[in-house]
Write a protein that binds this ligand. Structure first.
Ligand code: NAG
Ligand code: NAG
Ligand code: NAG
Length: 383
């Protein structure tokens, strides 16, 4: 009332100018931050406020005949007897590709060495490499023959390959997921746990086995554990590897799922997921998300373990090796990491009060960063 006219005008003018500034900054940056922020806000609100995904699997339900069309590619290579031993603690599916021979060799001689685990820890694990058909060789029959010969030799030497007749491409990863659950249903129903991992993942098998032995003693069921993504939004940018068209998935948030790099389910969950795949449309090509949809259909939810990694690589330190389960992105250093991470001095590295304090400090320094580092979360420092 007592403000004079000039001051009001000045005030309004200032407001107007600052509004314009903010608007123009927003408009310039909108393309970069806008969609990203909006989609995350939308998906988190959906995940944490509504959190009801029941309709998703209902809308993806198809008849058993239609579902079978996705998952019943014939086997080209198979080893049905891998699980003939009735005492399998862990069946470990490695998602591989025909050309990745070197990676398979590295895995066989390190964390995938079944006899090492049997001698050292007294348990039976089975490693299976799952793959489709190399997509490039179809046109070139000479190369196709060569690769086929090499693969056949590997098959005879190691007896751990399972290959189905679908093209081994990124957009066919869900076919590998179907293969894994179908093969388990056909050949290994008695396994206590089933794990799925990429072939560039490092798994600290001794740590994992001890963890699973503990769970077995507690007779744990209904288990699905890994690095959990909650309320992740579908990517709608066409240039992204993970682009998700609206007609394939129309909702603003994916159901919770574990990163496909490495996760474990108990045998009962493996059986339930297999049942779910028998009546779902498996054209959803992001395999970890598809697993989330299957899990909703059968009422299973994922649980977080801080030492399972998603995309990230572990920091290299004995305090980490003592606890780690999986680490992602190891194409060339699997042998090195296996050597240092399973060295005798690593076990009990943090024992005693001093050791505990020292390792907590080290882990805090390595993991608790103010910026995103893409390894284990800061929580892992305190376990
Ligand atoms: C697997 O481990 C066993 C027992 O520790 C060892 O003798 C064998 O050489 C290893 N195999 C490979 C391929 O490294
Ligand atoms: C998946 O594999 C099938 C069978 O080989 C093939 O017809 C299809 O084109 C593949 N899809 C993609 C996206 O590669
Ligand atoms: C499965 O979903 C895809 C993509 O949404 C769709 O094109 C296809 O027709 C569906 N298949 C069946 C059998 O419903």
């Amino acid at each position: 009332m007592f403000m004079n006219c000039r001051r009001v005008k000045k005030w309004h003018f200032l407001q107007l100018v600052s509004m314009c500034c903010v608007m123009s900054v927003l408009m310039v940056c909108w393309d970069h931050v806008g969609h990203h922020v909006v989609s995350h806000v939308k998906s988190y609100s959906y995940r944490y406020l509504i959190n009801s995904y029941d309709f998703i699997h209902k809308s993806l339900s198809v008849s058993p005949e239609q579902a079978a069309r996705f998952g019943s590619y014939p086997y080209l290579l198979n080893n049905k007897d891998i699980c003939k031993d009735k005492n399998v603690l862990l069946l470990l599916f490695v998602k591989s590709s025909p050309g990745n021979f070197r990676r398979r060799q590295a895995i066989r001689s390190t964390w995938g060495n079944e006899s090492y685990i049997r001698h050292k820890l007294g348990v039976i694990i089975k490693v299976v490499f799952a793959m489709g058909v190399h997509p490039d060789v179809l046109s070139d029959s000479l190369q196709q023959k060569k690769m086929h010969k090499e693969l056949h030799k590997e098959h005879m030497n190691h007896g751990d390959l399972v290959q189905q007749n679908f093209l081994d491409t990124f957009h066919n990863l869900t076919m590998k997921l179907l293969l894994q659950f179908r093969w388990t249903h056909e050949n290994c129903v008695h396994t206590r746990f089933l794990m799925s991992a990429d072939d560039d993942v490092f798994i600290h098998l001794p740590n994992l086995v001890r963890y699973l032995q503990d769970l077995r003693r507690q007779n744990v069921r209904n288990l699905w554990v890994g690095h959990v993504h909650r309320g992740a939004p579908p990517v709608r940018r066409r240039d992204s590897k993970y682009y998700m068209p609206f007609d394939m998935y129309q909702w603003s948030s994916y159901p919770d799922y574990t990163a496909g790099a490495g996760y474990v389910v108990s045998g009962d969950v493996a059986a339930k997921i297999y049942q779910a795949t028998l009546s779902l449309n498996a054209s959803m090509y992001i395999d970890d998300v598809f697993m989330g949809i299957c899990a909703i259909a059968v009422g299973v939810s994922p649980q977080e373990h801080v030492f399972f990694s998603g995309e990230g690589k572990t920091p290299y330190h004995p305090c980490i090796y003592e606890k780690m389960i999986t680490s992602h992105g190891h194409e060339n250093d699997i042998r090195y990491l296996w050597k240092v991470a399973t060295a005798p001095q690593v076990e009990g590295f943090s024992s005693g009060l001093v050791g505990k304090l020292y390792c907590t400090a080290v882990k805090m320094k390595l993991l608790c960063k103010p910026y995103f580092t893409n390894t284990y979360s800061c929580m892992a420092a305190f376990t």
